[in-house]
Design a binder for this molecule. Sequence first.
Ligand SMILES: CC(=O)SCCNC(=O)CCNC(=O)[C@H](O)C(C)(C)COP(=O)(O)OP(=O)(O)OC[C@H]1O[C@@H](n2cnc3c(N)ncnc32)[C@H](O)[C@@H]1OP(=O)(O)O
Length: 220
Amino acid sequence: MNERILLIGGGGHCKSVLDSLLRLEIYSDIGIIDVQENVGRNLLGISVVGCDDDLERLFKKGYGNAFVTLGSIGNPTNRIRLLNRITAVGFRIPAIIDSSAIVSSDAQIGTGVFIGKGAIINAGCVINTGVIINSGAIIEHDCIIGAFAHVAPGTVLSGGVQIGENTHIGAHSVIRQQLTIGSGVTIGIGSVVVADIEKDVIAYGNPCREVRLSNEKDKF
Ligand SMILES: CC(=O)SCCNC(=O)CCNC(=O)[C@H](O)C(C)(C)COP(=O)(O)OP(=O)(O)OC[C@H]1O[C@@H](n2cnc3c(N)ncnc32)[C@H](O)[C@@H]1OP(=O)(O)O
């Protein structure tokens, strides 16, 4: 346990990732990157050691790993920007999987992926770069989750579901087997999805219906 890691973004999602990380006991030194006014504060006993402008300096100081801990509900633009930034600096970017999650050895997990407490990823799944599989989500066999998607807590993806890039699946939703949900979609909390959903829409309800197109106002 002699590796050091920076967590990029010190809000609520960081707290979840940090809690998982502390239980894993992989890293000897964890630092948080946040806005300038938060430098010196701490989260779960871990210090905010700098802001975005300090990344190069901290990399040279020996923080070899970094992980984006900014959350998103619908628009992952900032998560993508930060992942590109830490990649450019040269950090190694791990996947972080909570010790209580069950992940099939037959699943492929990309870099920068977070898998939260009690989540299940079954055989044949592909979880692409920067995806968040949040607490208690069940991703059944052969699902493919596009980069930077967020599957919120308690969601159930039946077998063979495909989720597009940047899509948010609202907490406690259920998706019928073999369906495809496009990229840039937000599915509302508690939805029951029984048909494919096209890209760039907001959809919710039981049965889940496309309500309107995604636009900048909607993507919060
Ligand atoms: C760890 C974490 O916390 S992860 C985050 C988990 N959270 C989520 O996943 C939240 C996802 N977001 C949602 O579900 C949101 O409700 C959205 C994106 C679907 C809609 O948000 P908004 O556009 O702000 O909708 P708003 O709250 O104004 O509601 C508009 C209407 O839609 C209805 N509505 C909103 N969401 C839903 C939903 N999920 N199911 C059914 N109806 C809904 C509202 O009741 C309202 O109806 P009305 O016009 O008859 O009063």
